[in-house]
Design a protein around this ligand. Structure first.
Ligand SMILES: [Zn+2]
Length: 404
Protein backbone atom coordinates (compact mmCIF):
# COMPACT_ATOMS: atom_id res chain seq x y z
CA UNK A 1 0.00 0.00 0.00
CA UNK A 2 1.16 3.51 -0.69
CA UNK A 3 -0.26 6.96 -0.22
CA UNK A 4 -1.31 7.13 -3.86
CA UNK A 5 -3.02 3.74 -3.59
CA UNK A 6 -4.98 5.10 -0.64
CA UNK A 7 -6.51 7.51 -3.08
CA UNK A 8 -7.03 5.08 -5.96
CA UNK A 9 -8.38 2.19 -3.88
CA UNK A 10 -10.25 4.00 -1.14
CA UNK A 11 -10.72 7.58 -2.32
CA UNK A 12 -8.72 8.87 0.63
CA UNK A 13 -6.92 12.13 -0.16
CA UNK A 14 -4.68 14.24 2.06
CA UNK A 15 -3.56 11.45 4.38
CA UNK A 16 -0.35 9.47 4.51
CA UNK A 17 -0.05 5.70 4.58
CA UNK A 18 1.80 4.41 7.68
CA UNK A 19 1.44 0.65 8.09
CA UNK A 20 -0.75 -2.38 7.50
CA UNK A 21 -1.89 -5.19 9.70
CA UNK A 22 -3.53 -8.54 8.96
CA UNK A 23 -5.52 -9.91 11.78
CA UNK A 24 -8.21 -12.57 12.02
CA UNK A 25 -9.10 -12.40 8.32
CA UNK A 26 -9.26 -8.60 8.25
CA UNK A 27 -6.94 -5.95 6.85
CA UNK A 28 -6.26 -2.70 8.64
CA UNK A 29 -4.38 0.24 7.19
CA UNK A 30 -3.05 2.83 9.55
CA UNK A 31 -3.02 6.30 8.06
CA UNK A 32 -2.13 9.73 9.30
CA UNK A 33 -3.10 13.30 8.60
CA UNK A 34 -0.01 15.48 8.11
CA UNK A 35 0.34 18.31 10.61
CA UNK A 36 0.14 20.99 7.89
CA UNK A 37 -3.29 19.71 6.80
CA UNK A 38 -4.92 20.32 10.14
CA UNK A 39 -7.42 23.13 10.33
CA UNK A 40 -10.33 24.30 12.43
CA UNK A 41 -13.54 22.44 11.48
CA UNK A 42 -15.55 25.56 12.24
CA UNK A 43 -13.78 28.42 10.43
CA UNK A 44 -11.06 26.70 8.39
CA UNK A 45 -8.27 28.56 10.15
CA UNK A 46 -4.98 26.68 9.71
CA UNK A 47 -3.17 28.32 12.57
CA UNK A 48 -4.34 25.72 15.08
CA UNK A 49 -2.77 23.93 18.04
CA UNK A 50 -3.07 20.19 18.54
CA UNK A 51 -4.73 19.31 21.86
CA UNK A 52 -4.77 15.51 21.83
CA UNK A 53 -6.09 12.72 19.60
CA UNK A 54 -8.78 10.13 19.38
CA UNK A 55 -8.24 6.89 17.54
CA UNK A 56 -11.01 6.11 15.06
CA UNK A 57 -11.53 3.17 12.71
CA UNK A 58 -13.58 3.12 9.52
CA UNK A 59 -14.84 0.32 7.30
CA UNK A 60 -13.71 0.72 3.73
CA UNK A 61 -13.95 -1.21 0.46
CA UNK A 62 -12.90 -4.84 1.07
CA UNK A 63 -9.74 -6.28 -0.39
CA UNK A 64 -10.74 -9.60 -1.87
CA UNK A 65 -13.43 -10.78 0.51
CA UNK A 66 -11.58 -9.50 3.56
CA UNK A 67 -13.23 -6.80 5.65
CA UNK A 68 -10.90 -3.84 5.40
CA UNK A 69 -10.42 -0.94 7.78
CA UNK A 70 -8.53 2.31 7.93
CA UNK A 71 -7.57 3.60 11.29
CA UNK A 72 -6.09 6.93 12.33
CA UNK A 73 -5.58 9.27 15.20
CA UNK A 74 -7.99 12.13 14.70
CA UNK A 75 -6.58 15.33 16.12
CA UNK A 76 -8.39 17.70 18.44
CA UNK A 77 -7.30 21.26 17.75
CA UNK A 78 -7.58 24.60 19.46
CA UNK A 79 -8.46 27.47 17.16
CA UNK A 80 -7.39 31.00 18.08
CA UNK A 81 -10.20 32.55 16.03
CA UNK A 82 -13.05 30.51 17.52
CA UNK A 83 -11.26 30.04 20.83
CA UNK A 84 -12.43 26.46 21.16
CA UNK A 85 -11.15 22.87 20.99
CA UNK A 86 -12.72 20.61 18.38
CA UNK A 87 -12.02 17.41 16.53
CA UNK A 88 -10.87 18.03 12.93
CA UNK A 89 -13.12 16.96 10.04
CA UNK A 90 -12.59 13.60 8.40
CA UNK A 91 -12.13 14.05 4.66
CA UNK A 92 -13.32 10.63 3.54
CA UNK A 93 -16.33 9.88 5.71
CA UNK A 94 -19.50 11.65 6.76
CA UNK A 95 -19.79 12.94 10.32
CA UNK A 96 -20.59 10.22 12.87
CA UNK A 97 -20.31 7.45 10.27
CA UNK A 98 -18.01 4.52 10.81
CA UNK A 99 -17.47 3.76 7.15
CA UNK A 100 -15.82 5.66 4.32
CA UNK A 101 -17.66 7.24 1.42
CA UNK A 102 -16.01 4.76 -0.93
CA UNK A 103 -17.54 2.00 1.20
CA UNK A 104 -20.95 3.66 0.80
CA UNK A 105 -20.53 3.85 -2.96
CA UNK A 106 -19.49 0.22 -3.08
CA UNK A 107 -22.49 -0.85 -0.99
CA UNK A 108 -24.81 1.18 -3.27
CA UNK A 109 -23.27 -0.44 -6.32
CA UNK A 110 -23.92 -3.90 -4.91
CA UNK A 111 -27.44 -2.81 -3.96
CA UNK A 112 -28.26 -2.46 -7.62
CA UNK A 113 -28.14 -6.22 -7.96
CA UNK A 114 -28.57 -7.58 -4.46
CA UNK A 115 -31.02 -7.30 -1.58
CA UNK A 116 -30.08 -5.45 1.61
CA UNK A 117 -29.69 -8.79 3.34
CA UNK A 118 -27.30 -10.09 0.68
CA UNK A 119 -25.19 -6.93 0.69
CA UNK A 120 -25.00 -6.92 4.49
CA UNK A 121 -23.93 -10.56 4.57
CA UNK A 122 -21.40 -10.12 1.80
CA UNK A 123 -19.80 -7.09 3.41
CA UNK A 124 -20.15 -8.50 6.94
CA UNK A 125 -21.97 -5.48 8.31
CA UNK A 126 -25.42 -5.18 9.81
CA UNK A 127 -28.65 -4.96 7.83
CA UNK A 128 -29.22 -1.51 9.34
CA UNK A 129 -25.87 -0.23 8.06
CA UNK A 130 -26.81 -1.04 4.46
CA UNK A 131 -30.32 0.28 4.97
CA UNK A 132 -28.92 3.57 6.34
CA UNK A 133 -26.60 3.91 3.36
CA UNK A 134 -29.49 3.36 0.96
CA UNK A 135 -31.77 5.69 2.91
CA UNK A 136 -29.23 8.51 2.82
CA UNK A 137 -28.75 8.08 -0.90
CA UNK A 138 -32.50 8.02 -1.56
CA UNK A 139 -33.02 11.04 0.66
CA UNK A 140 -30.40 13.00 -1.23
CA UNK A 141 -31.77 12.08 -4.65
CA UNK A 142 -35.51 11.92 -4.07
CA UNK A 143 -36.24 13.25 -0.57
CA UNK A 144 -37.37 16.68 -1.74
CA UNK A 145 -39.01 16.38 -5.14
CA UNK A 146 -39.30 19.68 -6.98
CA UNK A 147 -42.93 20.49 -7.52
CA UNK A 148 -42.86 23.82 -9.33
CA UNK A 149 -42.88 22.22 -12.79
CA UNK A 150 -45.79 19.88 -12.13
CA UNK A 151 -48.45 20.17 -14.83
CA UNK A 152 -50.32 16.87 -15.12
CA UNK A 153 -50.65 14.55 -12.16
CA UNK A 154 -52.39 11.34 -11.13
CA UNK A 155 -53.23 10.41 -7.59
CA UNK A 156 -54.45 7.23 -6.04
CA UNK A 157 -54.25 5.22 -2.88
CA UNK A 158 -52.32 1.99 -2.83
CA UNK A 159 -52.76 -0.83 -0.34
CA UNK A 160 -49.57 -1.83 1.37
CA UNK A 161 -49.24 -4.72 3.74
CA UNK A 162 -51.76 -6.52 5.84
CA UNK A 163 -54.48 -4.80 7.75
CA UNK A 164 -55.73 -1.80 5.92
CA UNK A 165 -52.49 0.04 5.44
CA UNK A 166 -52.58 2.55 2.63
CA UNK A 167 -50.31 5.14 1.13
CA UNK A 168 -51.52 7.83 -1.22
CA UNK A 169 -49.20 8.40 -4.14
CA UNK A 170 -48.97 11.40 -6.47
CA UNK A 171 -47.37 10.84 -9.84
CA UNK A 172 -45.96 13.43 -12.23
CA UNK A 173 -47.54 12.17 -15.45
CA UNK A 174 -45.06 13.96 -17.67
CA UNK A 175 -41.91 12.55 -16.06
CA UNK A 176 -43.28 9.37 -14.52
CA UNK A 177 -41.78 10.32 -11.16
CA UNK A 178 -43.53 9.81 -7.84
CA UNK A 179 -43.59 13.28 -6.27
CA UNK A 180 -45.41 12.61 -3.02
CA UNK A 181 -46.21 9.70 -0.73
CA UNK A 182 -48.77 10.37 2.01
CA UNK A 183 -49.74 8.14 4.92
CA UNK A 184 -53.15 6.54 4.69
CA UNK A 185 -55.88 7.50 2.26
CA UNK A 186 -58.50 10.14 1.72
CA UNK A 187 -58.19 13.88 2.17
CA UNK A 188 -55.83 13.86 5.13
CA UNK A 189 -53.17 11.87 3.31
CA UNK A 190 -52.79 14.71 0.83
CA UNK A 191 -52.74 17.73 3.12
CA UNK A 192 -48.97 18.11 3.08
CA UNK A 193 -48.92 17.73 -0.67
CA UNK A 194 -51.29 20.65 -1.23
CA UNK A 195 -49.23 22.77 1.14
CA UNK A 196 -46.02 22.03 -0.72
CA UNK A 197 -47.73 22.57 -4.04
CA UNK A 198 -48.85 26.05 -3.00
CA UNK A 199 -45.39 26.89 -1.73
CA UNK A 200 -43.88 25.74 -5.04
CA UNK A 201 -46.43 27.84 -6.97
CA UNK A 202 -46.99 24.93 -9.33
CA UNK A 203 -49.42 25.44 -12.17
CA UNK A 204 -51.11 22.07 -12.33
CA UNK A 205 -53.41 21.94 -15.36
CA UNK A 206 -54.90 18.46 -15.09
CA UNK A 207 -55.46 15.74 -12.46
CA UNK A 208 -56.50 12.13 -12.93
CA UNK A 209 -58.20 10.28 -10.06
CA UNK A 210 -61.02 7.85 -9.46
CA UNK A 211 -64.56 9.18 -8.89
CA UNK A 212 -64.43 9.18 -5.11
CA UNK A 213 -66.00 12.10 -3.25
CA UNK A 214 -62.82 12.71 -1.27
CA UNK A 215 -60.79 13.35 -4.42
CA UNK A 216 -63.50 15.46 -6.02
CA UNK A 217 -63.56 17.71 -2.99
CA UNK A 218 -59.78 17.79 -2.64
CA UNK A 219 -59.21 18.76 -6.26
CA UNK A 220 -61.99 21.36 -6.20
CA UNK A 221 -60.59 22.94 -3.04
CA UNK A 222 -56.91 22.82 -3.91
CA UNK A 223 -56.72 22.96 -7.69
CA UNK A 224 -59.82 24.90 -8.75
CA UNK A 225 -58.21 25.84 -12.08
CA UNK A 226 -57.20 22.30 -13.04
CA UNK A 227 -59.19 19.95 -15.28
CA UNK A 228 -60.26 16.93 -13.23
CA UNK A 229 -60.27 13.73 -15.30
CA UNK A 230 -61.97 10.64 -13.89
CA UNK A 231 -59.75 7.76 -14.69
CA UNK A 232 -61.31 5.39 -17.23
CA UNK A 233 -59.70 2.26 -15.75
CA UNK A 234 -61.50 2.96 -12.50
CA UNK A 235 -64.82 3.46 -14.30
CA UNK A 236 -64.45 0.16 -16.14
CA UNK A 237 -63.35 -1.57 -12.95
CA UNK A 238 -66.40 -0.25 -11.12
CA UNK A 239 -68.65 -1.59 -13.87
CA UNK A 240 -66.89 -4.96 -13.76
CA UNK A 241 -67.64 -5.16 -10.06
CA UNK A 242 -71.32 -4.61 -10.83
CA UNK A 243 -71.19 -7.29 -13.51
CA UNK A 244 -69.64 -9.74 -11.06
CA UNK A 245 -72.29 -8.91 -8.46
CA UNK A 246 -75.02 -9.44 -11.04
CA UNK A 247 -73.63 -12.83 -12.04
CA UNK A 248 -73.55 -13.89 -8.39
CA UNK A 249 -77.13 -12.76 -7.94
CA UNK A 250 -78.27 -14.70 -11.03
CA UNK A 251 -76.40 -17.78 -9.86
CA UNK A 252 -78.22 -17.67 -6.55
CA UNK A 253 -81.57 -17.20 -8.28
CA UNK A 254 -80.97 -19.96 -10.84
CA UNK A 255 -83.78 -22.51 -10.75
CA UNK A 256 -81.99 -25.58 -12.08
CA UNK A 257 -78.64 -27.27 -11.54
CA UNK A 258 -77.97 -27.11 -15.27
CA UNK A 259 -78.37 -23.36 -15.23
CA UNK A 260 -76.09 -23.02 -12.24
CA UNK A 261 -73.52 -25.19 -13.94
CA UNK A 262 -73.46 -22.94 -16.97
CA UNK A 263 -73.14 -19.79 -14.89
CA UNK A 264 -70.48 -21.26 -12.69
CA UNK A 265 -67.02 -20.36 -13.82
CA UNK A 266 -68.13 -17.60 -16.17
CA UNK A 267 -66.98 -14.79 -13.90
CA UNK A 268 -63.59 -14.35 -15.57
CA UNK A 269 -65.00 -14.94 -19.02
CA UNK A 270 -67.38 -12.06 -18.52
CA UNK A 271 -64.56 -9.74 -17.52
CA UNK A 272 -62.13 -10.78 -20.22
CA UNK A 273 -61.84 -8.74 -23.37
CA UNK A 274 -63.48 -10.86 -26.09
CA UNK A 275 -60.30 -10.84 -28.18
CA UNK A 276 -58.52 -12.58 -25.32
CA UNK A 277 -60.93 -15.49 -25.00
CA UNK A 278 -59.11 -18.81 -25.25
CA UNK A 279 -60.33 -20.89 -28.19
CA UNK A 280 -58.82 -24.13 -27.01
CA UNK A 281 -60.72 -23.97 -23.76
CA UNK A 282 -64.01 -23.23 -25.54
CA UNK A 283 -64.21 -19.98 -23.66
CA UNK A 284 -66.25 -18.23 -26.32
CA UNK A 285 -68.76 -21.09 -26.46
CA UNK A 286 -69.12 -21.26 -22.71
CA UNK A 287 -69.61 -17.51 -22.53
CA UNK A 288 -72.23 -17.54 -25.29
CA UNK A 289 -74.06 -20.38 -23.62
CA UNK A 290 -74.30 -18.41 -20.39
CA UNK A 291 -75.38 -15.24 -22.21
CA UNK A 292 -78.09 -17.05 -24.17
CA UNK A 293 -79.44 -18.58 -21.04
CA UNK A 294 -79.75 -15.32 -19.25
CA UNK A 295 -81.04 -12.12 -20.77
CA UNK A 296 -79.91 -9.81 -17.92
CA UNK A 297 -76.43 -11.18 -18.02
CA UNK A 298 -76.30 -10.76 -21.74
CA UNK A 299 -77.45 -7.12 -21.57
CA UNK A 300 -74.88 -6.34 -18.89
CA UNK A 301 -72.15 -8.06 -20.83
CA UNK A 302 -72.73 -6.10 -24.01
CA UNK A 303 -72.97 -2.88 -22.03
CA UNK A 304 -69.58 -3.70 -20.59
CA UNK A 305 -68.17 -4.08 -24.08
CA UNK A 306 -69.74 -0.81 -25.20
CA UNK A 307 -68.61 1.12 -22.14
CA UNK A 308 -65.05 1.18 -23.46
CA UNK A 309 -66.24 2.98 -26.60
CA UNK A 310 -66.70 6.15 -24.58
CA UNK A 311 -62.94 6.62 -24.53
CA UNK A 312 -62.23 5.86 -28.17
CA UNK A 313 -64.15 8.63 -29.90
CA UNK A 314 -62.61 11.28 -32.15
CA UNK A 315 -63.78 14.17 -29.99
CA UNK A 316 -65.63 15.17 -26.85
CA UNK A 317 -68.93 15.91 -28.59
CA UNK A 318 -69.17 12.46 -30.14
CA UNK A 319 -68.05 10.89 -26.88
CA UNK A 320 -70.85 12.70 -25.05
CA UNK A 321 -73.38 11.26 -27.49
CA UNK A 322 -71.96 7.76 -27.04
CA UNK A 323 -72.00 8.16 -23.26
CA UNK A 324 -75.62 9.37 -23.18
CA UNK A 325 -76.73 6.61 -25.48
CA UNK A 326 -75.02 4.13 -23.21
CA UNK A 327 -76.74 5.63 -20.16
CA UNK A 328 -80.12 5.35 -21.86
CA UNK A 329 -79.59 1.69 -22.64
CA UNK A 330 -78.37 0.93 -19.11
CA UNK A 331 -81.51 2.55 -17.67
CA UNK A 332 -83.75 0.78 -20.17
CA UNK A 333 -82.35 -2.57 -19.00
CA UNK A 334 -84.26 -2.05 -15.73
CA UNK A 335 -81.58 -4.12 -14.04
CA UNK A 336 -81.21 -2.45 -10.67
CA UNK A 337 -77.43 -2.70 -10.41
CA UNK A 338 -77.00 -1.21 -13.88
CA UNK A 339 -79.49 1.59 -13.31
CA UNK A 340 -77.55 2.53 -10.18
CA UNK A 341 -74.29 2.48 -12.07
CA UNK A 342 -75.80 4.70 -14.79
CA UNK A 343 -76.78 7.25 -12.15
CA UNK A 344 -73.21 7.34 -10.84
CA UNK A 345 -71.76 7.69 -14.29
CA UNK A 346 -74.20 10.43 -15.25
CA UNK A 347 -73.33 12.38 -12.15
CA UNK A 348 -69.66 12.22 -13.16
CA UNK A 349 -70.21 12.83 -16.87
CA UNK A 350 -68.05 15.98 -17.11
CA UNK A 351 -65.12 14.41 -15.33
CA UNK A 352 -65.34 11.32 -17.51
CA UNK A 353 -65.45 13.37 -20.70
CA UNK A 354 -62.60 15.60 -19.50
CA UNK A 355 -60.48 12.82 -20.88
CA UNK A 356 -60.93 14.64 -24.18
CA UNK A 357 -59.32 17.77 -22.70
CA UNK A 358 -56.34 15.90 -21.29
CA UNK A 359 -55.83 12.29 -22.27
CA UNK A 360 -54.55 11.23 -18.90
CA UNK A 361 -55.36 8.43 -16.49
CA UNK A 362 -54.07 6.84 -13.33
CA UNK A 363 -52.82 3.96 -15.51
CA UNK A 364 -49.14 4.85 -15.05
CA UNK A 365 -49.65 4.46 -11.30
CA UNK A 366 -50.32 0.76 -11.91
CA UNK A 367 -46.64 0.22 -12.69
CA UNK A 368 -45.73 2.00 -9.47
CA UNK A 369 -48.26 -0.11 -7.63
CA UNK A 370 -46.77 -3.34 -8.95
CA UNK A 371 -43.33 -2.36 -7.75
CA UNK A 372 -44.70 -1.41 -4.35
CA UNK A 373 -46.36 -4.81 -4.10
CA UNK A 374 -42.95 -6.38 -4.70
CA UNK A 375 -41.38 -4.27 -1.96
CA UNK A 376 -44.14 -4.78 0.54
CA UNK A 377 -43.47 -8.51 0.74
CA UNK A 378 -40.55 -7.46 2.86
CA UNK A 379 -41.52 -6.50 6.37
CA UNK A 380 -39.14 -3.56 6.49
CA UNK A 381 -41.80 -1.26 5.13
CA UNK A 382 -43.51 -1.39 8.45
CA UNK A 383 -40.44 -1.47 10.58
CA UNK A 384 -39.32 1.72 8.95
CA UNK A 385 -42.09 3.72 7.33
CA UNK A 386 -39.79 6.60 6.38
CA UNK A 387 -37.44 4.30 4.47
CA UNK A 388 -40.37 2.64 2.73
CA UNK A 389 -41.68 6.02 1.57
CA UNK A 390 -38.23 7.02 0.30
CA UNK A 391 -38.08 3.80 -1.69
CA UNK A 392 -41.43 4.67 -3.28
CA UNK A 393 -40.24 8.18 -4.13
CA UNK A 394 -37.26 6.68 -5.94
CA UNK A 395 -39.19 3.81 -7.46
CA UNK A 396 -39.36 5.13 -11.04
CA UNK A 397 -35.62 4.95 -11.43
CA UNK A 398 -34.73 2.70 -8.60
CA UNK A 399 -31.50 0.92 -9.09
CA UNK A 400 -31.75 -0.94 -5.83
CA UNK A 401 -32.94 -4.49 -5.80
CA UNK A 402 -36.62 -4.07 -4.97
CA UNK A 403 -36.80 -6.63 -2.26
CA UNK A 404 -34.49 -6.74 0.65
ZN1 LIG B 1 -11.93 28.31 14.05
Amino acid sequence: MSTSLLYHAFGIVGYHYRSQQFHGGTVTFRIEQPRERLCCPQCGCQDVWVRGHEERTFRTVPIGAKPTFVTLDVARVWCPVCDGVRQVKIGFADPKKRYTRSFERYALDLSRHMTIKDVAEHLQVSWDTIKDIQAKNLQRRFGKPKLHKLREIALDEIAVGKGHHYVTVVLNLRSGAVVFVGDGKGTEALENFWKRLRRARAKVVAVATDMSKAYIRAVRDNLPQAVHVFDHFHVVKLFNEKLTALRRQLYQQASTDAERKILKGTRWLLLKNPENLDEERNELERLEEALELNKSLSIAYYLKEDLRQIWSQPDKRTARRVLRDWLARARASKIRILVQFAATLEEHEEGVLNYYEYRISTGPLEGTNNKIQLMKRQAYGFRDQAFFKLKILGIHETKHALVG
